[in-house]
Design a protein around this ligand. Structure first.
Ligand SMILES: C[S@@+](CC[C@H](N)C(=O)[O-])C[C@H]1O[C@@H](n2cnc3c(N)ncnc32)[C@H](O)[C@@H]1O
Length: 279
C-alpha cells in the first residue's frame, strides 16, 4: 500500500472504532483490506478517501462494512485441538470431581457465541461423555453475543457445509439432519443451549442475567478479544474472572492470552492452546 492509501486506511479504521467500538487496527490489515475492497467495488468507489466520505454520509454503510469484515466467522469444533483437549482432559476431570461430591450440575458460558457453532460443539462433547458414562447431569450452557442477527441464526441451528466441515462423520450422522446441502442440528442438542444478548463491554453487568448467579465451570471467550482494543480487555477479563468458580476453566482463542493484570489469577493449563484455570 502506498503512503497516502495507508493513512486513509488508518483513518477508516479509526472511524470504525469511534462508531462501533470495534478496533480492527489490531487485526490483520491484508484481510481487512481484502474485505473492505469488496464494499468499495460493489459501490463503485475507487479510493479509501471517497469510501470514508460515503461512510460518513450513509449511516447504513457501517452495518454493511461490519458484515463483510465478518466478525461472526465461526464453525463447529473450531481449533479442533482445543476441543480434543477439552473432551479428553477437561470435561472428564470436572465431571468425575462433581460425581464424587454428588453434584450433578454443569454450568458453561460461551461468551461471543456468534451463530451458535461453539456452544453446540460443547453440547455435543458433553452429551457424548455423559452418554458413554451413563450419567444423568443437569447441563446448562449459556451462550451470549452482542449481535442479535447472529443469535437469531443460532436459534435456527441450520448450517452449511463450511460450518460443519470439522465435525467427525459419526457425530454428523448422529446429531444433524442432512437436508439439501443444509445440516440441521437435532433438537436434543439445541435444547441444551440457552441464547441471550449480552455485551462483554457493558460496565453495568458482570454475567448474563439468564444464568442468574454465574458460577460457571467453564467459560469460552474465543476470537472476541481480537476485535477489541487491548485497553478495554481488562473490562472483559473482570467479567470472565468473576463468572468462573474457583479452579474454573477459561478457554480463549488461538491468538489470545490473558490481559497482563489477570495473568496471576490464571494458570496456563496446556502451554499451547490457551486453556486457563482460575486460581
Ligand atoms: C469471530 S466471532 C467468534 C465466535 C466463536 N466464539 C468462535 O471462536 O468461533 C466473534 C463474536 O464476538 C461478538 N462480539 C463482538 N463484540 C462483542 C461484545 N462487546 N460483546 C459480546 N459479543 C461481542 C461478535 O458479534 C461475534 O459474534
Amino acid at each position: 500500500m502506498i503512503d497516502n492509501q495507508h493513512i486513509e486506511f488508518s483513518i477508516i479504521l479509526e472511524f470504525i472504532y469511534k462508531n462501533s467500538g470495534l478496533d480492527f487496527s489490531v487485526y490483520r490489515h491484508s484481510m481487512i483490506e481484502r474485505r473492505m475492497g469488496k464494499r468499495l467495488s460493489s459501490l463503485n468507489i475507487d479510493s479509501y478517501l471517497h469510501y470514508l466520505d460515503y461512510l460518513k454520509n450513509h449511516s447504513e454503510e457501517m452495518t454493511a462494512l461490519l458484515d463483510v469484515l465478518t466478525i461472526n466467522v465461526t464453525r463447529f469444533f473450531r481449533n479442533t485441538f482445543t476441543f480434543e483437549y477439552i473432551a479428553t482432559h477437561i470435561l472428564p476431570k470436572i465431571i468425575s470431581k462433581k460425581k464424587s461430591s454428588n453434584n450433578n450440575q454443569l454450568r458453561i458460558w460461551s461468551a461471543g457465541c456468534s451463530t451458535g457453532e461453539e456452544p453446540y460443539s460443547i453440547a455435543i462433547l458433553i452429551n457424548e461423555i455423559l452418554e458413554k458414562e451413563g450419567l444423568d447431569f443437569n447441563t446448562m450452557i449459556f451462550a451470549t453475543d452482542i449481535d442479535k442477527k447472529a443469535l437469531q441464526s443460532a436459534h435456527k441451528a441450520v448450517y452449511s457445509f463450511e460450518n460443519i466441515k470439522n465435525v467427525k462423520y459419526e457425530l454428523l450422522k448422529k446429531y444433524f439432519f442432512d437436508r439439501n446441502d443444509s445440516y440441521i442440528l437435532k433438537p436434543g442438542i439445541k435444547q441444551m443451549v440457552s441464547f441471550s444478548q449480552f455485551d462483554m463491554l457493558n460496565k453495568n453487568t458482570m454475567i448474563p442475567s439468564e444464568s442468574i448467579y454465574g458460577e460457571f465451570d467453564i467459560v469460552f471467550c474465543r476470537n472476541l478479544l481480537i476485535y477489541i482494543n487491548p485497553l478495554s480487555h481488562n473490562r472483559i477479563f473482570e467479567k470472565l474472572c468473576f463468572s468462573l468458580v474457583k479452579n474454573g476453566i477459561l478457554v480463549l482463542g488461538k491468538t489470545e492470552t490473558t490481559a497482563s493484570e489477570f495473568t496471576r489469577k490464571f494458570e496456563d493449563v496446556t502451554g499451547m492452546c490457551n486453556i486457563y484455570k482460575k486460581r
